[in-house]
Write a protein that binds this ligand. Structure first.
Ligand code: ZN
Length: 242
């Protein structure tokens, strides 16, 4: 079975559409979504409804809960807080009920998915250093944990005596004796200097995880953000991928 793992869609319909098309071309037969469906972009309603149609396992992101008033925007920067308020106006009661009901974590025999960190998902902390990754990997309780939140993709692999971090797109065979912590990057607002949409595919038969990049019409997403009256910075950063 091939699972596409998406995170940080951030109401970018153009990016989500291209990612789903690419996932379908790759023969994906199931989906996981690691949170932040909304916030920043101009299409929160369409993106929530597309995710609902995927029949995916979905966890909550901080922007999802902020948009429904379940989380304060006190720690958000000004542009993010403005986007949260704008998003909240656009969402209907049914979308809000859906986002409010999302869990903080999703666990199967093989995989743990959280938005921010497995150590304490509700803290919304960022994994920034290798020591953060080492500490977080201790809380995985299995072989593979997938996260989003920082919008920077990486594959962290740790065994009893070594650890490595990779950031390039491509195939990563999952070895049985190692623990993996994987950030699947951001569909709708990449921040690693590459403006292309990012997601991961996990082949559960071959045990290979692939980081995938997909170009999408950035200008269309930017125009919608500007037309909506959202902060201009949110449009500009899509072209930079940062
Ligand atoms: Zn995010």
């Amino acid at each position: 079975m091939k699972l596409a793992i998406l995170s940080d869609i951030h109401a970018n319909l153009e990016a989500l559409t291209e990612v789903l098309a690419q996932a379908s071309r790759l023969g994906v037969d199931g989906y996981l979504v690691a949170g932040d469906i909304v916030g920043y972009g101009a299409d929160p309603v369409a993106c929530v409804e597309m995710v609902q149609d995927l029949n995916a396992a979905v966890v909550a992101g901080n922007h999802d809960w902020a948009a429904v008033g379940k989380l304060s925007v006190d720690t958000f920067n000004a542009a993010a807080a403005e986007a949260v308020r704008w998003t909240s106006w656009r969402l209907e009661a049914s979308h809000k009920a859906y986002l409010e009901g999302l869990p903080l974590s999703h666990r199967t025999d093989d995989l743990l998915m959280v938005h921010a960190t497995p150590t304490d998902p509700a803290s919304w902390d960022y994994l920034v250093s290798v020591s953060d990754l080492r500490e977080a990997a201790r809380h995985v309780g299995g072989r593979l944990c997938v996260v989003g939140h920082s919008h920077v993709p990486f594959v962290y692999r740790v065994t009893d005596n070594e650890e490595c971090v990779w950031q390039q797109p491509g195939d990563y065979p999952l070895e049985p004796e190692a623990t993996y912590l994987v950030n699947v990057g951001s569909v709708g607002q990449p921040r690693d200097g590459d403006p292309r949409a990012c997601f991961a595919v996990l082949d559960t038969d071959t045990q290979v995880l692939t980081l995938v990049r997909v170009p999408y019409p950035v200008e269309q997403a930017q125009e919608k953000i500007l037309k909506a009256g959202l902060p201009r910075f949110l449009a500009r950063r899509l072209a930079w991928g940062s």
